[in-house]
Structure formats: structure tokens, C-alpha cells
Write a protein that binds this ligand. Structure first.
Ligand code: BGC
Length: 389
């Protein structure tokens, strides 16, 4: 059965600054990765060297026939020292934006994707009294270089950031597991992020701005509906609530989490798994889109992430096909979805390790040479024709 997507639907790939650029030395995560006894097994180091190789990355996106590229602007580069805005860093990101526009690619820009400047984190992070004002000042510094951009993601996965805030406070290892199984978020961090998001949106008048949520597909197991709802509210629903009235909401779906009477259940032994240990569950995307559309009616959805960590590229093709079929069905039922950005363009730094490969394109860890995988070409074909066969 052929499934046609609407004209003007955005097809693209996504990445983030810290995971691809390399040497994000003024950031809190760089400090965490490099400190003695770091909980991160591997450090980001040079990452994919996209800070220098971004023209090649954009050429690949275009050559595949994709029309959009989501990338991050790194606060720690723009403001490496509090109050000192780097004109050179802003100039760099302006060139990336122009590079997209020159190639006919729609840039989707993320302003905060997990990493913050080290000075910000040392001075209280999101819990400092000045946190929201600091984020606003950074956003204000970035706005002048955004000319020609329409889509701006303020904060990536505030729900995961708030859950991680609690883990980092307790100095527990960051890696492993699925986000939705983590302890509930640090509520003060969640509140500060919501305030920072609102402040950013005020600065971004004239752009389509929104935040992007880690959509967890919490499913009641064995009738545990109340427990599911109680689990989902702090970890996901409250963040969807904040997005009501925004220009869009980013859905980022990979898998599902079953909730029983005592909370999140481990992935069943018999389930097929991906390299991150998550359940192989292509239906995650359609389900997340339906869930989000029902809770934020009238807010357009942009799929800002969806993909799979696998070393078997055929499996990536299978997963993506299934995810897009689910997405198409959800749209048929009325969900207002404006685009699909696959996570991720490059095999990049997966927050502590290079082992889980989510990329449409592999990257040689010594030479940084990029090699396009067949899955990338398949996605490009769907993008060019607008049809999922
Ligand atoms: C994040 C990405 C990450 C991906 C896969 C999302 O939580 O936004 O940075 O690489 O999921 O784990």
C-alpha cells in the first residue's frame, strides 16, 4: 500500500551540537566527561568534527534529497564566560544557517540540547535565581543570527533534563536504561525550564518556537492505569501542558515503557532490543504523536527525533518504515504533523559512548570520513517522492 504524505511536509535529519561538533570545552558535560572517575565510559573528544566539517554534512543531507536539517547552537561556545558573547561563535552558526539556506535546506535550530556552559552549571545551573534571565540573555544574543530560520527548538527534552538533574545531584551514572524508567524529575528544575522556555519564546517572536519532548509511550501493564497516569504526569504530561499555545511541539519517540503497579517494568526478556537495550518498537512514533496531539490539541507537531541504535542497517530501514507507517496512520486520524526529522544524520557521541550507532551515515573515528548507509538513501527516496511504499 502506498502512503502519501502531504505536500510541503518537512523531511530531514537531526543532530545536536555536543554530539557532533567536538571539543565543546567550555561546557558542563565536557567537564563531567573529562574529570577523574567520570561516570561517562567514553568522552566526546573530537566527536564528528562537525564544527569544521558542517559543509560536508549539509552536502550529504542535500544529496540524499532531504529538505531539512536540525542542528544545535551551543550556548557554551556562544557565551563561554558569563556575559562574554563570542562574536566568532555567532559568526560560525550564522554561516551554518546560510549554508542550509544556500542548499535549499530548512534549518531547524535547537538552542539548548542537554549541555550548558560550565560557568552556568557551577553557579547553580537551572536552580540559580538568575537562571532564566541568563538563558534569556543567551537567546537574545542568538536572535540576530537567525534571519531566514523559521523553526526554533528552545530546550531539548526538558523532561529528561529534569530527570537527569536528580541523578547528577546524586552522582549516579548517567548512561543505560530508558529515560522513562528514571526517577521522577527534580520539580524545581522542571519549573525553571518551563520559565526559561517561556522567556525564550518571548525573545523569539516572529519565529516558530517550541520545545521538544522525550515521548516515552508509557503503557499500562495488567490494568495499572492509575499507576501509569501517575507515572506519566511528572515525566511527560506536565511538559506537554507547558507547550499548549506554542507554535509547535517536538515529538521524540524511540520506544515504549510498560508501567505496572510498582512503576516501570524492565524490557521483557523475549522482546527484541536495540543497541541501547530499548525494546525494538517502531509503533512508538505513531503512538507518541497520537498521545501528544490528544493532550495539546491545536498545537502543530514536528517529529524532531525518531530512530534506532543498531549496527544492522537493514534493521534501521525496517524500523523507520514501521515508524513512518504509524506516523502516516496518526496523521490520517487527524494529527497535525508538519515534518519528520530522523535521529540522526551521523553516528555520533551518544552521551557517554560511541557504541550505540543511530546514524544514517557512519563516521570513521580516526579520519572522520563519512559513509552514507543504504538507510539514508531509502529515507531520501521517501522524502523526494513523498510516498512510503
Ligand atoms: C536525545 C538525543 C539522543 C537520542 C538517543 C534523545 O534523548 O535528544 O540527544 O542521542 O535521544 O538516545
Amino acid at each position: 500500500m502506498d502512503r502519501a504524505f502531504p505536500k510541503g511536509f518537512l523531511w530531514g535529519a537531526a543532530g545536536s551540537a555536543h554530539q557532533t561538533e567536538g571539543n565543546n570545552v567550555a561546557s558542563d558535560l565536557w567537564a563531567l566527561e573529562n574529570r577523574p572517575g567520570s561516570p561517562m565510559p567514553e568522552r566526546s573528544g573530537d566527536a564528528c568534527d562537525s564544527y569544521h566539517r558542517w559543509p560536508e554534512d549539509l552536502d550529504i543531507v542535500r544529496s540524499l534529497g532531504l529538505g531539512a536539517y536540525r542542528f544545535g547552537i551551543e550556548w557554551a561556545r556562544v557565551e563561554p564566560v558569563e556575559g562574554q558573547i563570542s562574536r566568532a561563535a555567532l559568526g560560525h552558526y550564522r554561516r551554518v544557517i546560510e549554508g542550509c539556506l544556500e542548499r535549499g535546506l530548512t534549518p531547524v535550530v535547537t538552542l539548548h540540547h542537554f549541555s550548558s556552559p560550565l560557568w552556568f552549571q557551577r553557579d547553580g545551573g537551572w536552580l540559580a535565581d538568575a537562571a532564566v534571565a541568563r538563558f534569556r540573555r543567551y537567546v537574545r544574543a542568538v536572535v540576530p543570527i537567525l534571519d531566514g530560520v523559521r523553526w526554533v527548538c528552545t530546550i531539548n527534552e526538558p523532561n529528561l533534563v529534569s530527570m537527569m538533574a536528580r541523578l547528577l545531584k546524586d552522582d549516579r551514572p548517567a548512561g543505560g536504561g530508558v529515560a522513562g524508567a528514571l526517577p521522577p524529575p527534580d520539580q524545581a528544575t522542571a519549573d525553571a525550564l518551563a520559565a526559561a522556555h517561556r522567556a525564550a519564546r518571548e525573545e523569539l517572536a516572529g519565529f516558530r518556537s517550541g520545545w521538544t519532548i522525550a515521548s516515552q509511550n508509557f503503557e499500562a501493564h495488567d490494568g495499572a492505569h492509575d499507576e501509569r497516569d501517575a507515572w506519566a504526569w511528572p515525566r511527560e504530561d506536565q511538559f506537554i501542558e507547558v507547550a499548549k499555545g506554542d507554535d509547535f511541539i517536538g515529538v521524540q519517540a524511540y520506544t515504549r515503557v510498560l508501567i505496572g503497579r510498582e512503576g516501570a517494568l524492565p524490557v521483557p526478556d523475549e522482546a527484541r532490543r536495540t543497541l541501547t537495550g530499548w525494546e525494538f518498537y517502531p509503533d512508538a512514533l505513531g503512538a507518541a504523536v497520537r498521545y501528544t496531539a490528544a493532550r495539546a490539541p491545536g498545537v502543530p507537531i514536528l517529529v524532531t527525533e525518531n530512530g534506532i541504535a543498531t549496527s544492522d542497517d537493514d534493521e534501521r530501514v525496517e524500523y523507520t518504515r514501521g515508524a513512518l507507517a504509524g506516523l502516516h496512520a496518526a496523521m490520517d486520524e487527524g494529527a497535525d504533523v508538519r515534518g519528520y526529522l530522523h535521529w540522526t544524520l551521523l553516528d555520533n557521541y551518544e552521551w557517554g559512548s560511541y557504541a550505540p550507532t543511530f546514524g544514517l551515515v557512519s563516521v570513521d573515528r580516526d579520519t572522520f570520513a563519512r559513509t552514507v548507509k543504504p538507510s539514508a538513501r531509502r529515507l531520501g527516496e521517501i522524502a523526494r517522492t513523498g510516498i512510503l511504499r
